[in-house]
Design a protein around this ligand. Structure first.
Ligand SMILES: Nc1ncnc2c1ncn2[C@@H]1O[C@H](COP(=O)(O)OP(=O)(O)OP(=O)(O)O)[C@@H](O)[C@H]1O
Length: 521
């Protein structure tokens, strides 16, 4: 039930009528639809559970969180339920669509600065809320920033689609992982020491570049290159010739986010006070500018899909090529690639110098090309010398070591093919409130565990005298905030997934699929 408006959204597919497709992700298709009893247009994300290798409990928690969320800049699910082997998540319909689709339709070279400032400020408000409540979004990108016809901006996609397609090929799916390499923070790629909400700040910086240029840095490269470039290159920035049109404050904002050491990145709260946001306008400005004159979302989506299909035919011969494949996926607005560690190693072995050369991507600043980050220090693990010498054999070796590290860390996340559990996802706001024992207990145990983590972290902070200025109180229904420096687990929770729930499927020894998670509760 939609508590705010007092509406009850039914948990039965026959109460909804699906209209046209308005979006497509890695594992889900999104439709415009009508809720017949309420006569209300909604968006329904349809996820085929039978096609997924995933963690049911993780998905369940994600849906649950999506329903608990209560912030004007975050897409909140009205309800979710299973129908046949599909999971349906019913959400408010955002008829402007995603920023990625808007850019693809009309702003291929990027948006104007006041538009970007307005969009990013709204996204940051969402991140302040999520981070305060102990959540990492893990998939901040233009494709997940939705706009409605009034210009309201909401961050979407809480990882309901964080599952991996079963290709049916057991050999290939072994060691496969799914991710969003272009937006992924270096520490998330490495997963050596865990990561925290600062990973979202990195993705936020990449999203800023995406909105400025119409595409994310490194988006033309295959996943392996993106991983290596992110780990080994200096961070991308806005200092290139083509970026002259942008203000100094915008460049500073991006540079502040894209620092390799997560501790040196500002918090979302601090970032919201950045002087760049003085350029931001009211959200109706977005409706008057970027949405004005756009065809309806369904039509835009259909046109983009047709273009993409054309391109596929044209590039058929080249399509086997990994670069093309990568680009194709990006064009589709799909953020994740399935890739195989053996392939990655082979690719890495072929990469001599080009993948590691900063000069390949024009988002990298001159200063950064000299191996300096914005604090004037060499980027982590890269000496100034190395940052400039792309064919250095040491770099190749380091790249392979990185892959080895990845392999080790990724192997820690066993998954079992998903089996549809009828009823597991049937949930709505009133369902939660009515005190359904499983959901309520589950929500409470998450919350309690996080409270404990919070309390001990707080004590630790007091001991060390650390204060990063994040303790402003906010209203909301989610658990207490998590603290920087605390390890998050693949679901984005503070609680280790396989400890938390007896329902988690683990132990299919020959089928270790690794979800390089970017999606989030
Ligand atoms: N509530 C909504 N209203 C309108 N369009 C939506 C809505 N939710 C999603 N979409 C559209 O559908 C697309 C795919 O949705 P979503 O990102 O949630 O799927 P996904 O499988 O998680 O994709 P990915 O993993 O690539 O992020 C979005 O990029 C957006 O264009």
């Amino acid at each position: 039930m939609e508590l705010v408006s007092g509406k009850r959204f039914p948990l039965d597919a026959k109460d909804y009528k699906l209209y046209e497709e308005v979006g497509e992700g890695v594992s889900a298709t999104v439709y415009r639809a009508i809720c017949i009893p309420l006569n209300e247009i909604v968006a329904i994300k349809v996820l085929d559970l039978e096609k997924c290798n995933s963690d049911l409990d993780g998905i369940r928690r994600e849906v649950q969180t999506m329903i608990l969320i209560d912030h004007p800049n975050v897409v909140r699910a009205h309800c979710s339920f299973t129908t046949g082997h599909n999971l349906w998540v019913v959400m408010p319909y955002m008829d402007g669509g995603s920023c990625l689709h808007i850019m693809k339709s009309s702003y291929q070279d990027g948006l104007e600065e006041p538009v970007i400032a307005t969009l990013l400020r709204e996204v940051l408000k969402a991140l302040v809320y999520l981070h305060f409540h102990g959540h990492i979004h893990r998939d901040v990108k233009a494709g997940n920033i939705l706009i409605d016809s009034d210009g309201a901006v909401k961050l979407a996609d809480f990882g309901v689609s964080a599952c991996m397609f079963d290709t049916g090929d057991r050999q290939r799916s072994r060691n496969t992982f799914v991710g969003t390499p272009c937006w992924m923070a270096p520490e998330v790629m490495q997963q050596l020491h865990g990561y925290d909400f600062k990973a979202d700040i990195w993705s936020f910086g990449i999203t800023a570049l995406e909105l400025a240029h119409g595409h994310a840095p490194f988006s033309k490269y295959p996943p392996m290159k993106v991983l290596l470039m992110t780990l080994q290159n200096a961070p991308p920035g806005l200092d290139y010739e083509r970026d002259k049109r942008f203000s100094k404050s915008f460049k500073e904002l991006v540079a502040a986010c894209l620092v390799k050491d997560p501790k040196k990145r500002p918090t979302s709260e601090k970032l919201l006070k950045h002087h760049f946001f003085k350029n931001a306008r009211n959200t109706d400005y977005l409706a008057r500018t970027i949405l004005d004159g756009l065809p309806p979302l369904g039509e835009r989506f259909r046109i983009l899909k047709a273009k993409e299909a054309d391109l596929l035919v044209q590039n058929k011969a080249l399509y086997e090529d990994k670069d093309q494949l990568s680009q194709q996926e990006y064009m589709r607005g799909i953020s994740a690639w399935n890739f195989n560690l053996e392939d990655l190693k082979n690719q890495a072995a072929l990469i001599q110098d080009d993948a590691i050369s900063n000069s390949e991507d024009s988002s990298v600043s001159g200063k950064q090309r000299n191996g300096q980050d914005d604090a004037g220090t060499p980027p982590d693990g890269v000496s100034p010398d190395r940052a400039n010498h792309s064919n250095d054999a040491q770099q190749l070796e380091d790249g392979l070591n990185d892959i080895h590290d990845l392999e080790n860390s990724l192997a820690a996340f066993p998954m079992k093919p998903l089996q549809a559990l009828k009823g597991c996802f049937d949930v709505s706001e009133d369902y939660m409130d009515a005190g359904h024992p499983n959901w309520k207990n589950s929500a409470r145990s998450d919350s309690e565990h996080q409270s404990q983590q919070y309390a001990s972290a707080k004590a630790e902070d007091q001991e060390t005298g650390r204060d990063d200025g994040e303790s402003t109180c906010q209203s909301g229904s989610l658990p207490p905030p998590a603290i920087s420096g605390h390890k998050f687990f693949p679901s984005g929770s503070l609680v280790q997934d396989n400890v938390q729930s007896p329902k988690k499927f683990i132990g299919d020894g020959d089928r270790y699929a690794v979800l390089f998670m970017v999606q989030y509760i």
